[in-house]
Design a protein around this ligand. Structure first.
Ligand code: ADP
Ligand code: MG
Length: 701
C-alpha cells in the first residue's frame, strides 16, 4: 500500500480522537501527509550549557544541574511553584504556574544531576525557565544526540498532548515501516547532480530527523529547490506555451501617429527607462505572438505616456486601443490628459464609465463597432458584453491589482485574436514575488523617475504635536500649495474611524477657515457624484486642503499638492503608505509627507514608520513589507493562492534558490514546452500531482 493511502489513525499513539485533531489542525490524514508536515525549527540537543553562560536570547537551552528548595509561593492566581537549579557556575530559577501539586510530588533528589530543558527568560529579575522539561541526567543520553525537531502546533493539539516528540516518534515509525522502500524521487539525476542535491528520500528523512547540521541544511535546500522549481515550471510553462501557440496581432510598423507625436508633441523628453520599456513593448508586439506584459513603475514614474505611445503604435497598424482604470476619477483623469496630448493628431478618443449618458454611450458603441473610434478610455464599463470593438489590438489595464483575474480575462475576448495586453502597476512587487505570481507575464520596469523631482521628505510626528504640523501646513498653503490629510478607514472599526474623520475635518476647519483657507472632504460613504465633485474642486484648486480616506490612494494626480499628512499612520500597511505618499511630489516643489501616530507603537508599526522615513524607493519598501508581513499578505497576490502555500521556501529569503530554479525550468521548457520528451515525463507527472488543485484558476492576465 502507498503511504498516501495509509491513514495515521491506526498508528501507535494516535487513535480516532487524535487522528481527527491531526486532520482538523494540521490537515494530516495519511502517513504521507505526516512526512510532508515539516518541522519549522530545530533545537540543538548536543549542547549542554553551564548556568553561568546562559544567554536569555537563546530560544531553548539545556543545563546539567542539581535542584533544591522547591516550594510554593504567592497566593491565589499568582501562586506558583519555584525551585533553584545550580551548578558550579551559578544558579537559576525554575518556575511552574500549573500542575504545582504534581510537580511537587516529583521529589527531585538533591544529590543527583538533572538535565533541565526549556526556554530561558527573565522572571523577577532572575534568569529562569518556566515549565522546564526535567529528566535524570544519567538516563538522558538519548536526548543529547542530534537535533530535536519542533513541529507546528496549536492549543488544541497541545491539550491533546500531540507534541513535537510524538510527531518525531510517528515519523520515525513511518520510516521504519517502509522497510527499505524509498520515497519517490521527483527530480531527475542530472538535476540532482548539477546542484548537488540529496535524494528526496534522504532529504525528507533529514528534515525530520537531522543527522547533522550539514545534512539538515542540504535537505532544506533540496526541499526548497524542489518546491520553487515546480512552481516555476508550472507558471513558466504557461508562458512558453502561449509564446509558441497563441497567435497575436503583428504591429509591423511604427507610423505617422507615433512619429508625429514623438517628434513634435511629446511634452517632455522621455527618461531612459521609459524609452527602454517602450522598445521592449514594441519588440513584443511584432513577434506575431500575443503580448502579455506587466509594466511596473513606481508612482510618478510616467507610465501614462508610455501607455499612450504604445496605443499610437496600435493605431499606426490600424488597430484600436483601450485603457481601463479602476475608478471613475482615474479614468477621467487619464482621458483628459491623453485627449489633450493627442489633440494635434486628430485622433478619435472617448471616455466610457458608469455615468456616461445613454445618448453618448450609444454613439460610443456605434463608432467603436464601425472602427471610427480609435482609443477608448474607461472603467469596468469597458468590459461589458455590449462593448464591441471593430478591431482592438491593444488593451492596457492601469493599477491592475484592483481588478480580478476574471475581469481582466474579459478583455482577451474583445477580439477574435486576443489583443496584446499590458497591465500596469504602481505597487512595486518584490522580484521574487513577481516571478512567482506573475511568472507567466513578461515584465518591464520603469526604474527611474523623471528628472527634477525632489525626493519627498518624510517625517514622523506624534499626535501631541499636531499644532506644529498645522502651522507647517499653513506655511505651504501660503506659498500657494495644497495639502491632503488622510485618515484610516478600516472596515472592522468603521464607526470609530468615521468619527475620527469627522472630528479631524472639524479640527482642520477650526484652524484653517479663520485663516482664509477652504477645506473639502471625501470618503467612501459619499455618493459617487458628490465624491467626484469634491475631487474636482481639489484638482482645480478650489479647495486648499482635502481631508480624505484612502479613496484618494489610487492614481489621482494633483501636482500642486505638496503635503500629505497621514493620520493614524501606524494602522496602515507599508505599501498603502507608499501609495498615499505618492500623491505628492508630482510637481517641481519640495514635497512633504508627515506620518502622525500615537505614542504607543508596536514593533512592526515602528519598523514601518522607520522604513517610510528612511527611503522613497518603492522596491525597497516592498521588500521590507514582505519581510514584515510575509508574501501572502502583499496586496494583489492573495487571489493567486499559490504563494501562501509555500511549505519550506520563503520568497523573502530564498531569492537565490528561486533564481536557480527558474533558470533551469526555463532551460527545460525552452527545449520542450509540453514536457513530452521521455526524459521530461518525470516533470509532467509531478506537475499534474502538485497542481491539479490549481488548474481551475488557470492564469489569464
Ligand atoms: P504614473 O507612473 O504614476 O502613472 P504618470 O504617468 O501619472 O505617473 O506621470 C506622473 C507625472 O510625471 C505626470 O505629470 C507626467 O506628465 C510627468 N512625466 C512623465 N514622464 C515624464 C518625463 N519623462 N519627464 C518629465 N515629466 C514626466
Ligand atoms: Mg498612473
Amino acid at each position: 500500500m502507498e503511504l498516501s493511502e495509509m491513514r495515521i489513525t491506526y498508528m501507535q499513539g494516535v487513535g480516532e480522537k487524535r487522528a481527527a485533531l491531526f486532520e482538523s489542525e494540521l490537515k494530516i490524514r495519511t502517513q504521507e501527509d505526516l512526512l510532508y508536515c515539516f518541522p519549522y525549527r530545530y533545537i540543538d540537543r548536543t549542547k549542554v550549557y553551564k548556568i553561568g553562560e546562559i544567554d536569555t536570547n537563546l530560544p531553548y537551552i539545556q543545563i546539567r544541574a542539581r535542584i533544591r528548595d522547591m516550594h510554593i509561593t504567592g497566593i491565589g492566581k499568582a501562586q506558583r511553584l519555584v525551585a533553584t537549579a545550580y551548578d558550579n557556575t551559578g544558579e537559576m530559577e525554575l518556575v511552574w504556574f500549573q500542575g504545582l501539586k504534581y510537580m511537587q510530588n516529583q521529589q527531585f533528589r538533591p544529590d543527583v544531576d538533572f538535565l533541565i530543558f526549556g526556554q530561558p527568560s527573565i522572571f523577577n529579575r532572575r534568569v529562569s525557565i518556566v515549565h522546564p522539561e526535567i529528566s535524570l541526567y544519567e538516563q538522558s543520553a538519548d536526548n543529547l544526540v542530534g537535533f530535536q525537531a519542533i513541529y507546528p502546533s496549536t492549543e488544541k493539539l497541545k491539550k491533546a498532548f500531540i507534541t513535537s516528540k510524538l510527531m518525531t516518534k510517528l515519523v520515525t515509525t513511518v520510516f521504519q515501516n517502509m522497510n527499505g522502500m524509498r520515497i519517490d524521487e521527483t527530480l531527475p539525476a542530472w538535476l540532482l547532480q548539477r546542484f548537488s542535491l540529496p535524494l528526496r528520500h534522504e532529504a525528507i528523512y533529514n528534515m525530520h530527523l537531522p543527522q547533522s547540521m550539514e545534512l539538515l541544511e542540504r535537505a532544506r535546500y533540496r526541499m526548497k529547490f524542489e518546491e520553487l522549481f515546480y512552481i516555476q515550471l508550472h507558471i513558466l510553462q504557461q508562458k512558453f506555451r502561449r509564446k509558441r501557440y497563441f497567435k497575436g496581432h503583428n504591429f509591423k510598423t511604427v507610423g505617422d501617429y507615433f512619429n508625429t507625436f514623438y517628434n513634435s508633441y511629446l511634452p517632455f523628453p522621455l527618461t531612459n527607462a521609459q524609452k527602454r520599456v517602450i522598445k521592449e513593448i514594441r519588440e513584443d508586439c511584432r513577434t506575431g505572438r500575443q503580448m502579455n506584459r506587466l509594466l511596473q513603475g513606481d508612482v510618478g514614474s510616467g507610465k501614462t505616456v508610455v501607455a499612450l505611445l504604445c496605443m499610437l503604435i496600435a493605431l499606426d497598424n490600424n488597430f484600436q486601443a483601450c485603457l481601463m482604470a479602476p475608478t471613475e476619477i482615474l479614468a477621467t483623469q487619464h482621458y483628459e490628459s491623453l485627449k489633450e496630448m493627442v489633440a494635434p493628431l486628430n485622433i478619435n478618443i472617448a471616455l466610457l464609465t458608469g455615468s456616461t449618458k445613454a445618448k453618448e454611450r450609444k454613439v460610443i458603441h456605434e463608432t467603436l463597432a464601425n472602427g471610427v473610434l480609435q482609443i477608448l478610455i474607461g472603467t469596468h464599463a469597458l468590459i461589458e458584453e455590449s462593448v464591441v470593438f471593430d478591431n482592438v489590438g491593444l488593451a492596457i489595464i492601469d493599477e491592475q491589482h484592483r481588478f480580478g483575474v476574471a475581469q481582466r480575462s474579459k478583455l482577451w475576448r474583445k477580439n477574435v485574436i486576443p489583443p496584446h495586453v499590458l497591465v500596469m502597476t504602481a505597487t512595486p512587487i518584490p522580484r521574487t514575488l513577481a516571478m512567482t505570481v506573475y511568472g507567466d507575464l513578461d515584465v518591464s520596469v520603469i526604474d527611474e523617475l523623471p528628472p527634477g523631482r525632489k525626493p519627498i521628505r518624510t517625517l514622523h510626528s506624534y499626535d501631541t504635536a499636531r499644532d506644529r504640523v498645522f502651522e507647517f501646513i499653513e506655511e505651504e498653503l501660503k506659498k500657494g500649495r495644497q495639502a491632503y490629510i488622510v485618515f484610516p478607514m478600516i472596515y472592522e472599526s468603521e464607526r470609530v474611524d468615521m468619527q475620527n474623520l469627522e472630528q479631524g475635518f472639524e479640527r482642520t476647519e477650526a484652524f484653517f477657515m479663520p485663516r482664509g483657507y477652504t477645506i473639502g472632504m471625501v470618503h467612501g460613504k459619499m455618493k459617487p457624484a458628490d465624491k467626484d465633485e469634491e475631487m474636482r474642486k481639489f484638482v482645480n484648486h478650489e479647495t486648499d486642503i482635502l481631508v480624505a480616506t484612502t479613496v484618494i490612494e489610487v492614481g489621482v494626480n494633483v501636482p500642486n499638492a505638496s503635503i500629505m499628512v497621514i493620520e493614524g499612520s501606524e494602522r496602515f500597511g507599508l505599501s498603502q503608505l507608499h501609495q498615499l505618499r505618492g500623491r505628492v511630489g508630482r510637481g517641481a516643489d519640495q514635497s512633504f509627507c508627515i506620518l502622525m501616530s500615537s505614542y504607543k507603537l508596536s514593533n512592526d508599526s515602528r519598523k514601518r514608520i522607520e522604513t517610510m522615513t528612511s527611503t522613497t524607493d518603492g522596491f525597497e519598501i516592498a521588500e521590507a513589507d514582505m519581510r514584515l508581513r510575509g508574501p501572502g499578505d502583499i496586496e494583489g497576490t492573495r487571489q493567486s493562492g499559490l504563494v501562501c502555500d509555500l511549505k519550506v521556501a520563503s520568497l523573502a529569503k530564498d531569492g537565490a534558490i528561486l533564481n536557480q530554479a527558474s533558470q533551469v525550468a526555463s532551460e527545460i521548457l525552452n527545449d520542450d514546452p509540453d514536457l513530452e520528451k521521455d526524459e521530461n515525463h518525470i516533470f509532467n507527472y509531478r506537475l499534474k500531482r502538485v497542481f491539479k488543485v490549481f488548474d481551475s484558476w488557470h492564469h489569464i492576465s
